[in-house]
Every structure is written in C-alpha cells, then in structure tokens.
Design a protein around this ligand. Structure first.
Ligand code: URA
Length: 231
C-alpha cells in the first residue's frame, strides 16, 4: 500500500524533476537560449545569403551553370576554407570540392587530423566558370560582397585560402602566392578578423607534385595554430 502511494505521489510531482539532484542555473538556461537563437539566426542569415546569390541576374557564370555551389561542412566550424570556383563535378552535385581536387583536399585535411565534415568550405565564385577557366576580375568583384558576408557569418578563427584566386580576392592582387603562403596574416574581412593562411590549391598540387612539400609545411602550421587556439 505504501509503495503504491509513493508511486502515485512521484507521478504527481513529476519524478523526473524530483530525482534530478543537479543544481539548475537560471543563467546557464539563458545562455543556452542565446546560443540556440544565435545558431538559428546564423542558419537564417546563411539561407538568406544563399537566396541572394541564387537570384543574381545577368551573370554568365550563373547562366552557364547547372547548380549553385554555396558551401559544405559545419557552419559552426572554427576553420573555413576558400577555393576558387566549382568545377564540373561540383557543378553537377552542387557541393564544393567533390572532384579530384576535392579528394586531395580531403587527404590534406586528414593528414592534420581534420575531418572535412568539421570544417566549412566555400569558393570565391559560386557558379562554375565555363571550361574550368579562372573567374575574371569582374566576376570576382561581383561575388566578393557575398564572400565577405559568408566569412562574417561563419566567423572562423582560421581562414585557409587555397590558390591565387582566393588570395587575390581577399588579400590583394599585388601579392604572389609563392611569397604569401606559409605565413599567418591578421586582416579584417568585413567585421571579422580571422587568422588567415594561404596555401597552394590542390588542383595546382596535382599538376606540380613537387610543391606538395610546401603545402605540408602550411598544413603543419594550421595544426599548430589549432592547438594554440585550443580549437
Ligand atoms: N576547385 C575549387 O576551387 N573549388 C571547388 O569547389 C572545386 C575545385
């Protein structure tokens, strides 16, 4: 009889609450809420950005492409990687770095124990340049405000620029990649200030495998920065 009464009593007062002996912090609850709403805001703003890019008009890149290639990976990542522009495979799948260069990028990331699902990847332009040509200066200029907004929204601690197109778009056209790679640059991009490092594009490394040793040095610098920043 006593047992039955105790059971009913516990049901009435919600036994989940009565057995939880952990102290509850009202502040923590609010922090969680703020974090959740800022995550929702980020998703909302990223969706908005995606729509803005997709509604671009009179653009040869967009007119010739099959799909927009916005980004891939974790939008909460501390590491963001920027390539040049989608190739044929990326255009088909609507995802960056899924072709041969993408496979090499995956291997490069694995070499420093980074899973591509844990980083965030995008490109300077979001539509495939026909015949895999480089995007023109005008095209880069046109997409730059979107790229800057994209970086602001992700707000990465580390920004890896792959190849001269990303370097020239975000750092300046007067610098050559062989001089710019392998160093940390602190530069404001929009309203954020990530630690920026430039390295060779995987497509270039496939053509020039003797340059892989430099890319390896850059990757090791990233690994070191990850532990310094406790990412
Ligand atoms: N090369 C790039 O720069 N970006 C891609 O998404 C694929 C290949």
């Amino acid at each position: 009889m006593k047992n039955i009464k105790t059971k009913i009593y516990h049901k009435l007062i919600n036994n989940k609450l009565s057995y939880n002996t952990k102290s509850m912090s009202r502040y923590k609850k609010n922090n969680d809420k703020t974090e959740n709403s800022s995550k929702k805001d980020k998703i909302h703003h990223l969706e908005k950005l995606k729509k803005q890019i997709n509604s671009i008009r009179n653009c040869d890149l967009k007119n010739n492409a099959t799909n927009m290639v916005f980004a891939d990976g974790n939008n909460d990542a501390s590491i963001m990687i920027i390539g040049e522009g989608p190739g044929a495979n990326e255009d088909k799948e609507g995802k960056p770095f899924v072709g041969r260069a993408g496979k090499l990028l995956d291997k490069m990331l694995e070499a420093i124990k980074l899973d591509r699902k844990k980083v965030y990847i995008s490109n300077v332009v979001n539509f495939r340049p026909p015949e895999n040509r480089k995007p023109t200066d005008d095209e880069i200029k046109r997409y730059l405000p979107f790229l800057i907004r994209h970086i602001e929204l992700i707000n990465p601690k580390i920004l890896l620029l792959l190849g001269s197109t990303a370097l020239n778009a975000l750092i300046g056209s007067e610098v050559v990649i062989s001089k710019a790679r392998g160093k940390w640059i602190k530069k404001k991009i929009g309203n954020v200030s990530p630690n920026i490092i430039i390295s060779f594009h995987p497509a270039y490394l496939m053509r020039q495998p003797d340059q892989k040793k430099y890319a390896w040095e850059d990757l090791k610098m990233i690994r070191k920065k990850i532990s310094e920043l406790k990412i």
